[in-house]
Design a protein around this ligand. Structure first.
Ligand code: B16
Ligand code: MG
Length: 213
């Protein structure tokens, strides 16, 4: 494995790494599942971290053995997203996870290239709300890729925007699907803030204050 200090690019997942909106996603999915009388627990939600909106709904429908029309499927996606957006309305820089601002500021000063690689179609909106969008050289979100995590496309695209190869970049992730995506794309995969992925990642930190280059 390469020395961390040799790495030129840092690519961050959004939800669960830079900001803690995973609970908001969970609550919004739970409301959606309730409409369909499907029981949806926090344990099940673990499988949806990093997973796209469409694939998440497919997973929940499958869980309850529920079949819906295409039109209903679209309405349910809209319902979930509205519930999610309403719940993050008051998000601010205070909601950045521990160590985020300090790390981003420091590595930027050191000349590292920074990107976000997120499955979320709301990523740019959230980055603006938490006022860190200006720190990134590239923001690749769920609107910009065909294949979402565990496919590596989102991180590969981020590296390409940074003009770097995967072997020159570190990916920070909180979800199994994201660690899988990073590793299959040839990136160093650092797990953050989710003990369930400790064994999957190349290195693991409880939060970003523990990380130094
Ligand atoms: P949206 P990440 C992912 O973001 C979330 O982890 C996941 O829970 C969510 O379903 C997915 O984004 C899609 O989000 O509905 O906003 O498009 O962790 O890849 O930054
Ligand atoms: Mg995440």
């Amino acid at each position: 494995m390469k020395n961390l200090s040799e790495m030129k690019g840092l690519i961050f997942d959004l939800d669960g790494v830079l900001v803690s909106t995973e609970q908001n996603h969970f609550m919004a999915w739970q409301k959606t599942a309730n409409l369909l009388n499907i029981e949806f627990t926090e344990e099940e939600n673990e499988n949806l971290k990093g997973v796209s909106r469409i694939d998440s709904l497919k997973y929940i429908l499958n869980l309850g053995n529920v079949v819906v029309s295409d039109q209903e499927f679209t309405s349910l996606l809209e319902f979930k997203n509205e519930a999610y957006l309403a719940s993050i309305e008051n998000l601010s820089q205070n909601d950045c996870l521990t160590g985020v601002i300090e790390l981003l500021t420091k590595v930027k000063e050191e000349g590292k290239r920074l990107a976000v690689g997120s499955s979320s179609k709301n990523a740019k909106h959230i980055l603006k709300l938490i006022e860190i969008d200006h720190l990134f050289d590239a923001i690749i979100d769920g609107n910009m890729v065909e294949n979402l995590k565990p496919n590596p496309e989102v991180f590969q695209k981020a590296a390409a925007y940074l003009n770097l190869s995967p072997s020159e970049c570190i990916v920070f992730e909180d979800a199994a699907s994201g660690i899988q995506a990073a590793k299959s794309g040839g990136f160093m995969a650092i797990g953050v803030g989710n003990k369930n992925i400790k064994d999957l990642a190349d290195k693991y930190y409880n939060d970003l204050t523990e990380f130094t280059l």
